[in-house]
Design a protein around this ligand. Sequence first.
Ligand code: COA
Length: 322
Amino acid sequence: MTYSRITGTGRFLPEKVLTNFDLEKIVDTTDEWIRTRTGVERRHCVAEDQTTSDMCVEAAKVAMESAGVRPADIDMVIIGTTSPDLIFPNVATLVQHRLGIPACTAFSLEAACTGFIYALTTADKFIKAGESKRALVIGAECITKLVDWSDRNTCVLFGDGAGAVILEQSDEQGIIGCHLGADGQYKDLLYYPVGASKDLAKAGTDEASIMMSGKDVFKVAVSTLGNVASKALESAGVSQDELDWLIPHQANLRIIQATAKRLNLPMEKVILTVQDHGNTSAASVPMALDVGVRDGRIKRDQMILMEAFGGGFTWGSVLMRF
Ligand code: COA
């Protein structure tokens, strides 16, 4: 039986930090409002000349080092992102080349905040099908470049970063189950109104900013994530007591608390980064995984459930032994 297993993790956060107090000077908001509604205290923001591929490269170097692999050992690169450097070529090709990884399967996919879960699930399938031995899988976003910094409804929520893992073919079970979902009926609740084939001329104008119906997103996210988490455990025959860690998408502390409650999981078993990172979209889950691994909380063989929810809506989970 061929399994896939994570053998290394890494993250990169841009140097610039924007606190809630900094935001008080930009829009009509308060640290208290942001903290109590979202749990966010600060977020990292890319510099003007910094790109998604820049962050991917740095996060990947750390992940490769922790897995003890060289660029020549990698045979696939998949990046989940909604904020690539360019419309084409895809950002995974830029990262493959910059890291000196030999020519291989390299592509990005877009599933908003669920991008990393979609990317990891895809890599798992390639490995289990015998098409890849060792994949570099990344979730990365320059989401603050899409934010309208005069809109207090959205600008307080987001941050930038990249999280990377090395996923390898293994004789020991790592990834146990993956579940993906999406329903485009919710597209108007959370979207960015500019794309390559629609209203491209609006890019860079006041009309291009994240559109979000916060209360509605909140409600669907809470119910969907609760279902996704329960389904992941049920279909693997794993009980809630066997779970060592929940690594949720870090959009909002209250959404995370609701999911943990649904799983009967104390918050001590949840990796939280939302306070320091904000919502980094596709980067949030792999960065939280790396935080837990590096501070020693997450240990080899522990049972971990990762889940995410984002624009589309898209959602998904990965249950694994680390
Ligand atoms: N500072 C101060 N006040 C703000 C504010 C801010 N940054 N942003 C919004 N407000 C105001 C609103 O204008 C509104 O004022 P009004 O009543 O005078 O119109 C008031 O706060 C309450 O807004 P409301 O929408 O009821 O707040 P909320 O409790 O639902 O919290 C969110 C708003 C966005 C924090 C919350 O809905 C949320 O987290 N939703 C999910 C968002 C998300 O996770 N998106 C990404 C998914 S991947």
